[in-house]
Design a protein around this ligand. Sequence first.
Ligand SMILES: [Zn+2]
Length: 249
Amino acid sequence: MKNEREVLEVYLVLLSCKLFIKTGRSRKFGGISVLLAKEKVCQKERENQERARLMEMAIEEISTRDPGVLQEIIRIHQLKQNIATAGTQRSSNNEPFKLICPMCRTVEIQGSDVRNIMGKYFVPVDRALFDGLKIKCKTHAPEPMDGLEFVGEIFCNGDTEPGKKCGHKLGIMIKYGSVPYLSIKADKFGFLFGNMTIPKIFKRWKQAQEKLYIAELTKDDIKRYIQLTDEDFAGLHESDEETSSSDDE
Ligand SMILES: [Zn+2]
C-alpha cells in the first residue's frame, strides 16, 4: 500500500501543473524552447503515468470496499434519511441550479457538477475549480471518517477587491478511494435557481435535496474528474510505450 499522503500530494501537484501545461501548449515553440518542449513531454509522460496509477488505485479501492463496510454505511445512512424525510412532501425537483460563494460572489459551482458520496458528502466533480485556482486547500494529516478520510479544509480563493482574497470557508477536503474531493457544505453557499439573483440558503444538504436532485458519484464521474479518456482507461494494465509523439515542430 502506498503512502496515502504522498499520493494526495502528487495529485495536488498534478492539478496545479495542468494550468501550466495548458498555457505552455497554446504558445508556439521557437527554436530556443526545444529543451522546454522536451521537459514538457517528460512531464506529460510522468503525469500520464501518475494519473493511470491513481486511477487504478481509486477504482480498485472503491470496488473492494463495495461489498463490505461501504455498503453498510450507505444502507444505514439511507435508512436514517428515509426516517427523516418520512412525512415530508418530497418533490423530485430537477430544476437547474448553481452554488455561489455568498461572500465574494465570484466563485460558483454548477449544480449539474455536484455529486453525492454515500448520500452524505457533496462534491463538485468539476476540475475547473482547481484549474482557475478558485479555491485553496489547507491539508493536514488524514483523519479516518466513514470509511474515507478527512484531509484538509477548503477556502474560497475568489477576489473580493483588488489584491484581496475571499477566504470564506467552503467545506472540507476528503479522500475517497485515494482521490481528493472537495466536500462542500450547503450552508456555506447560496443557491441560485433559474434567473434568481438573490440566493436561497439551505442549512443542510438534506433540506436542499427536497428542492433539487443530486446524483450519486459514479465510476464515470471519477474517470472524468481525473480526466482520463476511455482509451487511457482501457490501457491501464498495459505497458505504456506509445505516448508523447509529435508535440513540437
Ligand atoms: Zn468567496
